[in-house]
Design a protein around this ligand. Sequence first.
Ligand code: SF4
Length: 676
Amino acid sequence: MQQIFGPDGLIAKVHPEYEHRPGQIDMAAAVLRAFEQKQHLIVEAGTGTGKTLAYLVPAIAAACGNGARVVISTGTKNLQEQLMDKDIPFLQETLPAKFRAAVMKGRNNYACLHRIKRAESMPVLEGLDQIDQFDEVFRWVAKTETGDRAELSNLPENLPFWRHIDARSDTCLGQQCPDFDPCFITRMRQRAIDADVIVVNHHLFFADLALRNGAYGAVLPDYAAVILDEAHQIEDVASEYFGSQVSNYQLDDLLRDAGYLKIEDRETERELTRVSARIQRFADQFWISFREGRGLEGRFTLTPRTAQVDNLHSDQDEQDDAQAEMSANRRQDAGAPYNALDKALNRLETTLAILKDPSTDAENILRRVRQLRFDLNFIVKAEDKQFVYWLERRGRGVFLRASPIDVSGLLQDKLFEKVPTVILTSATLSSAGNFRFIRERLGVDKGEEMIAESIFDFHEQAVLYLPPKMPDPRSPEWGRAAADEVIKIVNATAGRAFVLSTSNAGMNEMFERVASQIDYPCFVQGSASKGALLKKFRETPNSVLFATSSFWQGVDVRGEQLSCVIIDKLPFAVPSDPIIAARQRYIEEQGGSSFYEYSVPQAIISLKQGLGRLIRSTTDRGVLAVLDPRLRTKMYGQTFLQSLPPCRITSNPDDLVRFFTDEVSSFRFQVSGSSK
Ligand code: SF4
């Protein structure tokens, strides 16, 4: 690895500005060892390590040397683009070994030729705009090589009819499809089969892993190793795909597709129309039973056995150490509407099952009805104690879900025991200097671990500001005091700040209180798309951006423009969220402490993500301000401080001004972090 990453190595020769990073060489050597010894590895590689090259080079060596295909899975689009547009082309030019790489996105990014042909003759469009847009899609499909909708950059991102023509797995006819050979999924898969390295995102990876032994939907070719980057996200993604889900959209799509079936026998055709109308009627009642009394969007727990719903506000502020009390304001019994709907679906199943010489489309619908009945039954009965049953309302959608409470056993069975080498990496995986939390949550009981050294000098480059006196974050005085601190801090840093809140309500309140009191341009999340807001922030000198958790990850603003990150409260996961509550309850039932074993390490990882926005290069300098007094007043506050990189700590806002005018030696700081 020295010959490639060392001061006189291959990369330095091609790239004169390439910085020698000992942490990168150590990480590359550990990844290579994991490939050679066929074992798993966990690596925390903070910003400034150069982690993507550190795993790509040994992955390519292993893929070319042993013909062992490697999958790299990412959590964000930014990282996927960095790999495909920058790092991999660079290594293809630089390394002597020739290798092929392919990118695979989730199936619903691609157009389905079969559904597009059918949509041409069947109406899926509403309004003239959609007719023009569909024409454009239709012309594009005739000439595109990939069928990837990202190529349709001049059409809106949320094309209303896209879900009727995309290549999602449940509507796919598989090898029986008349368009199987030219199908974009078939072609994508073929490109992946020919590749040594495949880049995917976590959603595709875990969707594929969940389906791997099934007949439909799995798309990834076999692989000998996988690198899961941004691995701090995978517990949540895995629990999404190892569970079950039924939505009102899914039922609507099923009925729409059933309506497209060409049935020769008149009586069967009439029966199909009758039963579809019945399903529609009972489905409406069924979904109403979940909507009633709930005007808000959000996630709500479904109570086991009775299929009742606890109505929980989705946007509560995080609460303190104690698990939040679950409020059950209204209850709706889904039993009767469910029984009526299931009976109607059963009739559809029977009608389709006795068709003579059914078409592949009819077989597909039969398969979907069976699966839907199975999933509905599983969720509504809610009998398996290993799962949490919950409901999500989003826009016009109602999603019923069952998610495994603990994915560690599933990941062990399906991933860590099946794939010889799994590398888990991220800028934030450890808490208090160890990987106990991530190992337990994901079921990684074997393999090496390491924390790669960052090239950044946090002691010189960063300051942690903790206000000297702050009220309890749950007290009524907290909002005013926090806003006063934000005003003080952004005046000291001349704007150039992210103000990150743990809830939407907190963000809006902070924006209202602060924006009119400071002389710097202010932006708030929700006023434009994330990309547009980031562009404005980068281009507007001394601006201040108010945002929530979606800006804590995968956001890259280099240089002076982002010189300060202010975090309002310690980012504990919302304890009223159905999945979080179920995980916490599960830990308590096992005799553990959900607060110390789950809430604290999870919040530490989130806080480190926030800090990761601040220092993006060796020349960046910045202030991390945490307004939550618990960092100082609670015992666990020490664990947070020990988990941060070793930066200096101050409680004097004047120090912040001096920090930016380089008078750093004229004031005394404490030092956080476990080592330096
Ligand atoms: S194989 Fe599946 S995804 Fe491909 S065109 Fe046919 S139905 Fe669509």
